[in-house]
Design a protein around this ligand. Structure first.
Ligand SMILES: *[C@@H]1O[C@H](CO)[C@@H](O)[C@H](O)[C@H]1NC(C)=O
Ligand SMILES: *[C@@H]1O[C@H](CO)[C@@H](O)[C@H](O)[C@H]1NC(C)=O
Ligand SMILES: *[C@@H]1O[C@H](CO)[C@@H](O)[C@H](O)[C@H]1NC(C)=O
Ligand SMILES: *[C@@H]1O[C@H](CO)[C@@H](O)[C@H](O)[C@H]1NC(C)=O
Ligand SMILES: *[C@@H]1O[C@H](CO)[C@@H](O)[C@H](O)[C@H]1NC(C)=O
Ligand SMILES: *[C@@H]1O[C@H](CO)[C@@H](O)[C@H](O)[C@H]1NC(C)=O
Ligand SMILES: *[C@@H]1O[C@H](CO)[C@@H](O)[C@H](O)[C@H]1NC(C)=O
Ligand SMILES: *[C@@H]1O[C@H](CO)[C@@H](O)[C@H](O)[C@H]1NC(C)=O
Ligand SMILES: *[C@@H]1O[C@H](CO)[C@@H](O)[C@H](O)[C@H]1NC(C)=O
Length: 891
């Protein structure tokens, strides 16, 4: 029977192959392109798969168009959107003019290369609908003035983006760079007319190459401090000001060019001592202190003006200079001082701004009304000859250091009209005339955390960053390991076709991978604990899991779900894991193979908002899944059970961020390059929180692969009442809209603090979705529906209303009325963005922009990433896959 099927399938494949030879579904679109480009060389005949520089897949769909450097003229037609399998579109170094059209909907498109042409504009929505887009180059095109489009945020798979010398203007938008583009490593925007400051969210990004030279960017470059993955930075020829940040975390930084700006302050030793550095440009700034001394083999460009105290590198400045500089440091090294304070003698004939001397000693510091911000430095106490300090009419914050009153010669201290706080100084010496008037908070306490001085937090945070970077390197190595792993795997797939060669190679394969991936894996399994199973996933030994969970001890139970019990575990090295122990009856016989292949896929799905599945164990009757441990537990714990658990109720801002996290995770599942995952059982007990209170979606136990192309599959119902979309409950038809519905219910739960189904409530309040819709009808009733722990004020109300509206749309009765998850993400992003920047930076405080939890960049299940089509390892649709493989071989 089986054999007959195979023959039949092969026959069908063959027919499809032959048929495919004679026509391509992309023929029409390709001919339009051809005519519009005045017939590129080698484009003749009707079948585009036969044209030069055009590649097709097994079903004769065009996958690559690579016509760079051909002297081609003409324009791009607007209707390329039907080339649904296109992955690479390259037309660089030609003479193509006109508009770059939208390619929205090309789900597989990864690379677009438009540089060095005559394009005059790009569709404003160009970056929408391209979920796989990784590589973009637009350099050297005569665009009319344009701005970085906000639609860029939809291209979340971006790895490199280059728009050099193409008339960009306006600001660099704050697109939550780190979160939005977790895989972005290269950003080149130089030689444009960009203005304004670097977005704060750069600090969370993992960009390695940052090229922004030659425009009008200004403000501080302090965000670089947290961008510890940087290897090359070019910010030269801009208008940046303020000091050079700490670089001690930048273990990979090779090139730093910050010439021709207005940077001030002392060149930090964290930069001069940076071991990885090979090229540094500092000239033409207002840098102060000693001329920095770098190692000999570093290419250093320090020509042009600066405000160093002495010319010889490394020579220390006069003590008075040092003291004045540390005073200026607490003000953020203002440009005015850096412009005026030149040389090594503050008491020279051309006096330094704000300084008055007598006999070589500084007796007056008069910085009144200089627009200063920052703190009053303790270093004032080292200027013992001081008689007058006037800091009045600035915007200084913090406290007045008590030490100032110990200055034995001080007669006058005027700090009036600032924003100082804390005690009025009451010097032991009543001879000092102190004026603290016009500081509303003097005599009151300070807002928490305020005091004078520089604080002692630096050292430990730097240590954190160094550790972070080291982890970064280790992860890099792991990634290489992972890539090799897949290359070997590709070989293995080949062996499936040639079984006689299989056995010996496979052993070799196991050993290599056992050391490379498992041995060094982030999950802390050592070589003997785990190995790579036949479908490439990690098999973990039962002994390890027994050890880790204290023999499945009651005390280790984290929760019980429909599929079994979840235990907390800890590996030898302290890594925490969560082990799901399923009832053996659930999976047996044939189900086992399916189970394994599904896990093979799931262990490879990585996204910062999805819980990582490390591997599994199938021994005897044991069926165990090993997940990343999430310390803060489920979302239900935080919205429904916070009182019992002694937790604080979640603030609105936090709920918004959690909603966005979940939406991103689900959106990712829905838009995986070549296939969709549908979760089917989204609910707060399947949403887990980390210590940073960011959320990850868990439990893919019910996820089944949705067939490519097909929008819905009919299948057994799985899910939880209260979250089930009506059409799913009634017909069992599954589309991505089923998850959207459940997500809508989760939003309602976040808004109201009520459960989707609550038997304890009165008849009309049992079913949240129904009740919620009723409450939403008017403002009064709605305000009563909001969870009373949420602080409702002007600021929150706007976003609460928007989320309520969104919840309503998501759980619309008709699936087609529900938005896509990408729309949901956009709405939530805009709401989170509206939040005070302070909230956001605090939010990301402890991660240093490094997502420790997600060791690999988010991996889409697509061929280009590993050079193989991972889909071919999924046996769920063998016939089609065989077809692809065979006709692929023919090419
Ligand atoms: C494509 O090219 C092959 C070999 O060059 C040729 O045999 C075949 O007839 C061509 N097909 C078409 C449709 O032009
Ligand atoms: C910048 O782009 C223009 C085309 O818009 C090109 O003519 C010029 O050569 C480019 N400049 C550089 C330095 O590449
Ligand atoms: C940066 O430039 C913008 C104008 O482009 C200006 O409004 C802003 O004040 C400048 N910021 C700084 C810190 O100089
Ligand atoms: C002033 O000191 C406080 C407390 O150390 C600190 O939080 C604040 O950031 C400082 N301000 C500046 C501008 O350094
Ligand atoms: C005062 O000067 C001494 C000697 O140079 C130095 O060690 C100390 O750090 C300085 N104190 C402050 C607060 O700047
Ligand atoms: C300090 O400067 C302010 C602002 O110019 C001035 O009003 C005040 O008299 C000065 N204080 C002293 C003690 O000179
Ligand atoms: C102090 O800052 C506030 C806003 O932060 C500003 O309105 C005010 O002009 C500033 N005052 C001075 C003296 O710079
Ligand atoms: C108070 O001032 C006098 C002279 O003005 C000085 O001799 C004495 O040391 C000062 N006392 C303290 C505690 O600084
Ligand atoms: C760098 O990260 C730390 C900790 O996350 C944060 O407190 C700080 O604000 C960040 N600095 C910048 C410039 O973004």
């Amino acid at each position: 029977m089986m054999i007959l099927w195979r023959i039949l399938l092969s026959l069908l494949c063959f027919i499809a192959y032959v048929y495919g030879q004679s026509s391509s579904p992309d023929e029409a679109a390709m001919n339009v392109l051809k005519n519009s480009l005045n017939s590129p060389p080698g484009w003749s005949g009707s079948n585009p798969c036969n044209w030069t520089d055009v590649d097709c897949d097994g079903s004769n769909q065009v996958t690559k168009i690579q016509i760079g450097n051909k002297g081609i003229s003409g324009m791009l037609p607007t209707d390329l959107k039907s080339l649904s399998s296109l992955t690479v579109f390259e037309v660089m170094n030609n003479n193509i003019i006109g508009k770059i059209p939208s390619l929205a909907g090309l789900k597989s498109l990864e690379t677009v290369n438009f540089h060095d042409n005559g394009f005059t504009s790009i569709d404003a929505d160009f970056f929408t609908g391209l979920p796989s887009l990784q590589h973009v180059s637009l350099d050297n095109n005569p665009f009319g003035p344009w701005q970085i489009p906000l639609s860029l945020k939809y291209a979340t798979a971006l790895a490199d983006f280059s728009a050099v010398n193409c008339s960009l203007s306006g600001r660099i938008p704050d697109l939550l760079w780190g979160q939005t583009f977790p895989s972005l490593t290269t950003l080149k925007l130089s030689t444009n007319s960009l203005v304004g400051e670097l977005p704060r969210s750069f600090s969370e990004s993992r960009v390695q190459t940052l090229i922004l030279n030659g425009q009008k960017l200004n403000g501080s470059i302090s965000v670089l401090q947290n961008m510890t993955d940087l290897t090359e930075v070019r910010l030269n020829r801009n208008e940046f000001s303020g000091p050079i940040p700490d670089f001690s975390g930048h273990v990979s930084l090779k090139v730093l060019n910050i010439r021709d700006n207005q940077l001030t302050g002392i060149v930090p030793s964290s930069l001069t001592g940076l071991a990885s550095l090979s090229e540094v440009g500092l000239g033409n700034n207002l840098l102060q202190g000693p001329t920095p001394s770098f190692k000999d083999n570093i290419k250093i460009d320090i020509s042009g003006l600066n405000s160093f105290c002495l010319d010889t590198p490394g020579t220390l400045c006069d003590l008075r200079v040092n003291t004045l500089l540390s005073i200026a440091e607490a003000f953020g090294y203002p440009v005015r001082f850096a412009n005026s304070w030149k040389g090594n003698d503050p008491c020279s004939k051309s006096p330094w701004l704000g300084i008055t001397c007598a006999g070589g000693s500084i007796i007056v510091i008069n910085f009144k009304n200089m627009g200063l911000t920052g703190n009053i430095s303790l270093s004032f106490q080292n200027l013992t000859s001081l008689q007058v300090i006037n800091l009045s009419q600035n915007n200084l914050t913090g406290t007045i250091p008590e030490e100032l009153t110990k200055l034995s010669n001080l007669k006058t201290l005027d700090v009036s009209n600032n924003q100082l706080c804390g005690d009025k100084v009451s010097g032991v010496n009543t001879t000092i005339n102190v004026n603290t008037g016009g500081n509303p908070d003097i005599g009151k306490g300070c807002p928490s955390g305020f005091s004078s001085g520089d604080g002692g937090k630096k050292a430990s945070s730097n240590a954190g960053k160094i550790i972070g970077s080291v982890i970064g390197i280790v992860l890099g190595l792991l990634l290489i390991g992972f890539a090799i792993f897949f290359l070997v795997k590709k070989k293995k797939q080949y062996h499936k076709m040639h079984p006689q060669q299989q056995s010996s190679d496979q052993d070799a394969f196991k050993i290599t991978i056992g050391n490379m991936y498992v041995g060094g894996s982030e999950s802390g399994f050592s070589g003997s604990d785990a190995h790579v199973g036949e479908s490439g996933n990690i098999v973990i030994s039962i002994h390890v899991l027994r050890d880790a969970t204290n023999n499945f001890n009651e005390n280790n139970i984290l929760g019980r779900g429909g599929f079994g019990i979840v235990y907390k575990g800890e590996l030898h090295d302290g890594t925490k894991i969560a082990v799901k122990r399923m009832e053996s009856s659930i999976i047996s016989g044939k189900g086992l193979d399916e189970f394994k292949s599904e896990i093979a896929v799931l262990t490879r799905v990585r996204h910062r908002n999805l819980v990582v599945l490390h591997g599994y164990c199938l021994e005897g009757n044991e069926r165990l899944l090993v997940y990343q441990y999430m310390p803060q537990g489920t979302l239900s714990r935080h919205i429904f059970h916070w009182q019992e658990e002694g937790l604080k109720p979640l603030e609105w801002a936090r709920r918004l961020i959690i909603a966005l996290d979940v939406a991103r995770g689900v959106e990712y599942l829905h838009t995986l390059a070549h296939q969709s995952f549908i979760h089917r059982d989204l609910k707060p007990s399947n949403i887990l929180l980390g210590d940073d209170m960011h959320a990850k979606v868990a439990d893919f136990g019910l996820v089944r692969l949705a067939p490519e192309g097909a929008q819905s599959i009919e299948t057994k119902i799985a899910g939880t009442f209260g979250y089930l979309a009506p059409e799913y409950a009634v017909t069992g038809r599954v589309t991505t809209k089923v998850d959207v519905y459940s997500f809508g219910v989760i939003l309602m739960e976040l808004l109201t603090g009520r459960k989707a189904l609550d038997d304890k409530r009165s008849e009309e309040e049992v079913h949240l979705a129904t009740w919620f819709r009723r409450m939403l009808i008017n403002k009064d009733s709605f305000s009563k529906a909001i969870d009373e722990t949420i602080e409702v004020n002007e600021e929150t109300l706007g976003s609460i209303n928007k989320v309520a509206e969104l919840a309503n749309q998501c759980s619309a009765r008709e699936p087609q009325q529900r938005p896509d998850m990408s729309h949901v993400v956009n709405v939530l992003v805009s709401l989170v963005l509206q939040w005070k920047p302070a909230e956001r930076s605090r939010d990301s405080e402890d991660v240093y922009g490094i997502d420790y939890d997600t060791p690999f960049p988010q991996i889409s299940l697509d061929s280009s990433f590993f050079g193989v089509n991972t889909l071919t390892s999924i046996p769920s649709r063998p016939s089609e896959l065989d077809c692809t493989f065979r006709s692929g071989q023919g090419r």
